[in-house]
Design a protein around this ligand. Structure first.
Ligand code: PXP
Length: 245
C-alpha cells in the first residue's frame, strides 16, 4: 500500500501579481484559503531577503488566518531565523538564496556548511519547527542533512523538469535513489520546483516521496481555470500516478 502524498501549494506568485501594482489584490491569504478548499494539504511561502513577493505581514497572516500547516521557505540567515521563531510555522525549509536569481536555482550545500547550519536547525527544532533542507539528489547532501539533525529533505526537481529524454531519465533515477536513501537515513522526503501537469507523474510515483511543493505552474494555470480548478487537476494527476505505481 502506498503512503499518501501531500500537496503543498506555494502562493508566492499571488504576491508577485499583487506587488506589481502595490495594492492589496490579489491577496495571498485568500489564495491559501482557496487552495485549502481545493484540497491542498499545506501552504508554502518564501520570504526572500528582498521581499520581492511574500512580505513579513503575509507570513504573520498566513499563520494566523489559514488553518493548514505553513511551510516557511527561507535563507539560513539570522534575520530569517528571528522571523521564523516569531511566526512559528509548522515547518521551515532552508533554501540557498542569491539576490540576482530569478528563482531558487540550486540546492543548499549542506555538506559544505554543516557548522553554520547545524545550530540553526537546532534553534528552529527547539522551537517545535520541523526543519527541511532543499537539496540536490546527492547522497553527500542527504547524509549531511541527517548529520545536522534535519527532519526532512526536499529534493530539487528543477533539473528533472528542465531536461528531456535521457537526461531527464538520468535525473529521475538520481531523485528516486535519493528518495530511497532518505528513508534509510530517517529523513522524510519531499520534492519540488518546476513541477507541472506534464512532469509531476513520475515524481508522484516515487513511493518514498511524501510531499510535493508546487507553485509557479499552479498560479499560472489559475489564470485559465481558476486556482481551485488548477489544484484539483494537479491533485488528480498526483493521485493517479501514485495509485498506479
Ligand atoms: N520548493 C522550494 C524549496 C522552492 O524554493 C520552490 C520555489 O519557490 C518550490 C518548491 C516551488 O517551485 P515552483 O514554483 O517552480 O513550483
Amino acid at each position: 500500500m502506498n503512503q499518501s502524498l501531500r500537496l503543498g501549494v506555494n502562493i508566492d506568485h499571488v504576491a508577485t501579481v499583487r506587488n506589481a501594482r502595490g495594492g492589496v489584490h490579489p491577496d495571498p491569504v485568500r489564495a491559501a484559503l482557496a487552495a485549502m478548499q481545493a484540497g491542498a494539504d499545506g501552504i508554502t511561502a518564501h520570504l526572500r531577503e528582498d521581499r520581492r513577493h511574500i512580505r513579513d505581514a503575509d507570513m504573520d497572516r498566513l499563520k494566523a488566518e489559514v488553518p493548514l500547516p505553513l511551510n516557511f521557505e527561507m535563507a539560513a540567515t539570522d534575520e530569517m531565523v528571528a522571523i521564523a521563531l516569531r511566526v512559528k510555522p509548522h515547518a521551515v525549509c532552508l533554501v540557498p538564496e542569491r539576490r540576482e536569481e530569478v528563482t531558487t536555482e540550486g540546492g543548499l550545500d549542506v555538506a559544505g556548511r554543516q557548522s553554520v547550519l547545524k545550530p540553526i536547525v537546532a534553534r528552529l527544532a527547539d522551537a517545535g519547527i520541523r526543519v527541511s533542507m532543499f537539496i540536490a539528489a546527492d547522497a553527500r547532501q542527504l547524509e549531511a542533512s541527517a548529520a545536522i539533525g534535519a527532519a526532512v529533505i526536499e529534493l530539487h526537481t528543477g533539473a528533472y523538469c528542465e531536461h528531456h529524454g535521457s537526461e531527464r531519465a538520468a535525473e529521475l533515477q538520481r531523485i528516486t535513489a535519493a528518495a530511497r536513501l532518505s528513508g534509510k537515513l530517517g529523513l522524510e522526503c519531499h520534492a519540488g520546483h518546476g513541477l507541472s501537469y506534464d512532469n509531476v507523474g513520475a515524481i508522484a510515483a516515487i513511493p518514498d516521496v511524501r510531499e510535493l511543493n508546487i507553485g509557479h505552474f499552479l498560479i499560472g494555470e489559475a489564470i485559465f481555470v481558476g486556482l481551485e480548478g488548477a489544484i484539483r487537476a494537479m491533485r488528480r494527476r498526483m493521485d493517479e500516478a501514485r495509485s498506479s505505481s
